[in-house]
Design a protein around this ligand. Structure first.
Ligand code: AMP
Length: 217
């Protein structure tokens, strides 16, 4: 199945993606992860992306679209993929549609995770991530057993630059202005499935799986 995970920053897209990938064995394409890897490697893409990410802005459409198209052409995406954090603008969604159509493919379902802003703010500013394996923690609801050290791999657990409070507010503003319109975009296409992201992780996941199970292949 060709899937998109949609939702504001902090809605739990990454967490649901991990569970979906485990269950459906589908490649997970997170544009945020691609940019963070490029920053870590110090590539020109990383340098360009960091400028936008650190200020809570979106990386320009043409840069993101090119990267995703290239990734979708890889053989592991032949039987399905899970896009996480892409598309984030209507031009990105249009470009994705055109690209898939030209390859005889389409998006089967869009999983939209809804969470109110006050909760997102708390989740994001308290979020901590492992620099090595990207495991996600929260200072209140899921702290690492030893502060600053990843439970899984012993890597450094840190706060993403873009999870600093001022940047989080900007990211939520950008989401409302540029990404939220995709909800009606995909609703009109009849492939939008919305879920309450305040519910426990496992409950959201089971509801997502039920909805996906009902989609004809
Ligand atoms: P994420 O990890 O998905 O929250 O993404 C972190 C940051 O990467 C975003 O705040 C953007 O600056 C950038 N980014 C990720 N995906 C996209 C996208 N599809 N379009 C533009 N910028 C993106």
């Amino acid at each position: 199945m060709n899937l998109i995970l949609l939702g504001p920053p902090g809605a739990g897209k990454g967490t649901q993606a991990e569970l979906l990938v485990e269950r459906f064995k589908t490649p997970h394409i997170s544009t945020g992860d691609i940019f963070r890897a490029a920053i870590k490697e110090g590539t020109p893409l990383g340098t360009e992306a960091k400028r936008y990410m650190d200020s809570g802005q979106l990386v320009p459409d043409e840069v993101v679209i090119g990267i995703v198209n290239e990734r979708l052409l890889k053989s592991d995406c032949k039987n399905g993929f899970l896009l996480d954090g892409f598309p984030r603008t209507v031009p990105q969604a249009d470009a994705l549609d055109r690209f898939l159509q030209s390859n005889g493919r389409k998006i089967d379902a869009v999983i939209n995770i809804e969470v109110e802003s006050a909760v997102l703010l708390k989740r994001l500013t308290g979020r901590r991530v492992c620099r090595n394996c990207a495991a996600v923690y929260h200072i209140e609801s899921k702290p690492a057993k030893n502060t600053g050290i990843c439970d899984h791999c012993g890597g450094e657990v840190y706060q993403r630059d873009d999870d600093a409070p001022a940047t989080v507010s900007k990211r939520l503003e950008v989401y409302a202005a540029q990404t939220e319109p995709l909800i009606s975009y995909y609703r009109q296409k009849g492939i939008l499935h919305s879920f309450d992201g305040i519910k426990p992780i496992k409950e959201v996941f089971e509801k997502v799986c039920q909805a996906l199970g009902a989609i004809p292949q």
